[in-house]
Design a protein around this ligand. Structure first.
Ligand code: XMP
Length: 317
């Protein structure tokens, strides 16, 4: 791997030549480590000719807007939060197919970015795409495993020119770069571009997304607690997915009929392969107990996904 300092020595002038003076760029900032590092690299290269846009698509993790604003401000990146949740939910209405969902989220992002770019008079779109994103999105002889939203979702008629400064890097390299650039929480788990849309298996509604958000927050909190207590190593990724299955439960002596949630905790080096983590039962029981309590009457069953990648992928969709 290239050392972060040397990577920057090449990447910064490259971005400067890709976005020549006095042109402007917008940066698709998701709050994740990849796009945050991309935003910092681009801000170093072209300063406030770049504006990072953080789109509130309604598919974000709990507390994510506040956290991202803090990180971007701390890194000195000019940014703006774009409220767009109703637009994403209406575009996703009635759609259950995973690839269509991914394309819709990607396209809606692009339309929002195009409008914002017009307002800011920007011609360039910077994305935090890294190597596994485009490798798994297919192209040449590769099969499309899934269309990563920051790659395959781009419509052919998009007017913005794409700049991807981290395109050849793997996650561990991005993390090394984040440490070098003092971006907080470089070990933070990845979060997919289409957000909770790929964790709400089946149709995405505001209600099902909220259920998934609460379940994901419980998994994050409990896994982080288990890591800090030395019960498990820090996993690559840990989250919940809401399944399109209804299942019978009982509260007191009343019957309930609710949803099923799958918990996934995996180890990986670069997301190309992954292993389901053997988590102590007490940690899993606590997760299950909290999810069914905090989503009482809504979620009646919690399952642990023991499948490795391959044959499964990390996300359910
Ligand atoms: P899968 O589910 O394909 O995921 O095993 C591999 C890694 O990529 C994340 N992921 C995405 N990241 N855009 C992204 O930026 C996407 O569309 C996307 N889909 C999946 C996933 O969370 C895992 O870390």
């Amino acid at each position: 791997m290239k050392d972060p300092k040397r990577f920057l020595e090449e990447a910064v002038p490259k971005v400067r030549s890709q976005v020549p003076e006095p042109k402007r760029a917008i940066v698709a900032a998701s709050g994740g480590i990849d796009s945050t590092v991309a935003a910092v690299v681009v801000a170093r290269a072209i300063g406030d000719r770049a504006t990072a846009l953080f789109v509130d698509n309604g598919l974000l993790r709990k507390g994510e807007i506040e956290r991202t604003e803090e990180v971007l401000s701390g890194a000195g990146v000019k940014h703006r939060v774009v409220p767009a949740a109703p637009r994403f939910f209406s575009a996703l209405k009635g759609v259950a197919d995973p690839e269509r969902k991914r394309k819709i989220v990607g396209e809606t992002f692009v339309r929002v970015f195009e409008e914002e770019a017009k307002a800011l008079q920007a011609d360039y779109l910077v994305q935090g795409t890294i190597a596994p994103d485009w490798i798994e999105s297919g192209g040449s002889l590769r099969d499309t495993i899934k269309t990563h939203h920051n790659v395959g979702g781009l419509p052919a008629d998009m007017h913005l020119k794409v700049v991807e400064p981290l395109r050849d890097l793997y996650k561990d390299e991005v993390r090394a770069l984040a440490r070098h650039l003092n971006v907080p929480q470089p070990e933070r788990q990845p979060f997919p571009g289409p957000g909770l849309a790929v964790r709400v298996v089946g149709e995405v509604t505001p209600e099902r997304t909220e259920t998934t958000r609460v379940a994901c927050a419980v998994v994050e909190e409990e896994v982080e607690r288990a890591v800090s207590e030395g019960k498990i190593p820090r996993p690559w990724q840990y989250f919940a997915s809401l399944l399109p299955v209804r299942t019978v439960g009982v509260i007191g002596d009343a019957r309930t009929y609710g949803d099923a949630v799958s918990v996934r905790i995996v180890e990986s080096i670069d997301a190309m392969t992954a292993t389901s983590l053997a988590v102590p039962t007490e940690v899993l029981r606590r997760i299950s107990e909290r999810i069914t309590r905090e989503l009482s009457g809504k979620v009646t069953r919690v399952l642990y996904d023991v499948t490795d990648k391959p044959p499964a992928t990390i996300e359910w969709e």
